[in-house]
Design a protein around this ligand. Sequence first.
Ligand code: AMP
Length: 482
Amino acid sequence: MTKTNFKDYKLSNEILKSLEMLNFKNPTKVQEQVIPVALQNKDILVKSQTGSGKTATFGIPLCELVDWEENKPQALVLAPTRELAIQVKDDIFNIGRFKRIKACALYGKSSFAVQEKELKQKTHIVVGTPGRTIDHIKEGSFVTDNIKCLVIDEADEMLSLGFIEQIEEIIEALPNERVTMLFSATLPEDIDDLSKRYLKNPTKIEIEAKTLTVDRIVQVAYKVEENAKINLLKDVTIVENPDSCVIFANTQKKVEMIYNELTDLKYPCDKIHGGMEQDDRIKVMSNFKKGYFRYLIATDVAARGIDIENITHVINFDIPVLRENYVHRIGRTGRAGKEGRAITFVTKADDRRVSEINSYTGRELVLRQETPSRKSVKKLKAEFERKLSEKPEVKMSKGASMSCEIMRLHINAGKKTKMRPVDIVGTLCSIEGMTAEDIGVINVQDVSTFVEVLNNKGEMVLKTLQTKNIKGRPRKVTMVEM
Ligand code: AMP
């Protein structure tokens, strides 16, 4: 019998409720095949395309299997980039929200001490990039004794980024008695080797896409001289008039150049590349996800796995150096059943790359000799300028529908005044109509505490706490915007 409903997997009510709130009605193909196996604690090697619902494929079983009572981390997910680590952590947080799963992300170029503090609190699931994960293991801040499950996400990308030794070092630090899941978009020989060395009799699941590039994405390529690219970009954006667009270039310098050009023309845009501070990169991605601007100019740091709703266009200002990156880049659009357009600029020097991409995707990238005509650019310019001056529509975050039911409260007391989660639970449960089931994630920091109140009871709790003592004293309690 094929499973078509999450209820068939005997998931707990808390997880089912999150899936319902996330509007995950039925499992995707990869979820359908992997979740039942993962729930039986078996090792799995999964080949699956980006955008297939891969994160929830391991996120759901991880959230289901962790024991809430246990304070030390029970699962580790390794991801190749910082952006992906943060995104996976957020997705896991949403899936585990009603079970009050605590997930934390470890990644470089960001405060070690802050991550260390997070790890000291109850943490069920750790998502990390290899380098920083090793640092925390070495420092003793990430205790791995209780890790029961390891997920290696985007394994092919990890290996091509040269992370193999670090991954092995991490695996050596984990208990032998554990489940390992390896996810990869492709299964080259080195992935096979990795799987042979570290997976025990794995179930191999391959989700074959008909072609590597998603059929919903319309792919167009323009022949252009290098020095005419910027003008072509201007014309193409006018003709296409995207709602939300990622423009990929191969170097940081070019990203900067395009960003400066488009900023001068008042395009609502921002940029992301590896030369920027991590905090700035996170902010840019977050603002783009929220739809605060329409054009993101990026190097390949933004190409992999990043899931942003409703990107209508991807423009390859430069054809990618690696053919795999073509698939990842254009996979930013056409997600979750939507249509997308991918436009690639091709110079004379790119012929070899085009044929490599063609043989890799099994499709012929049709080259247009004609760039948009002056007439059509002129005709469509007014409409383009109208959209440029209009504020983009703000996108709802994936967890937004949940937030209607959940209110996050800030209490102005924390560890320094000896506040503990149990004090918060005690106070909240003493409010009439409240039970432990209505309390979500509690995060006690130095001088602040954050607590989530579930099941639409936030207003009532907030009102009551204006006059009720917490740990013997009145405290300032406010709602936090989510
Ligand atoms: P991923 O491949 O993990 O990047 O997921 C691609 C997109 O599909 C994300 O926006 C997920 O939130 C969404 N998604 C994952 N599983 C489901 C599902 N069962 N139903 C609907 N959307 C899903």
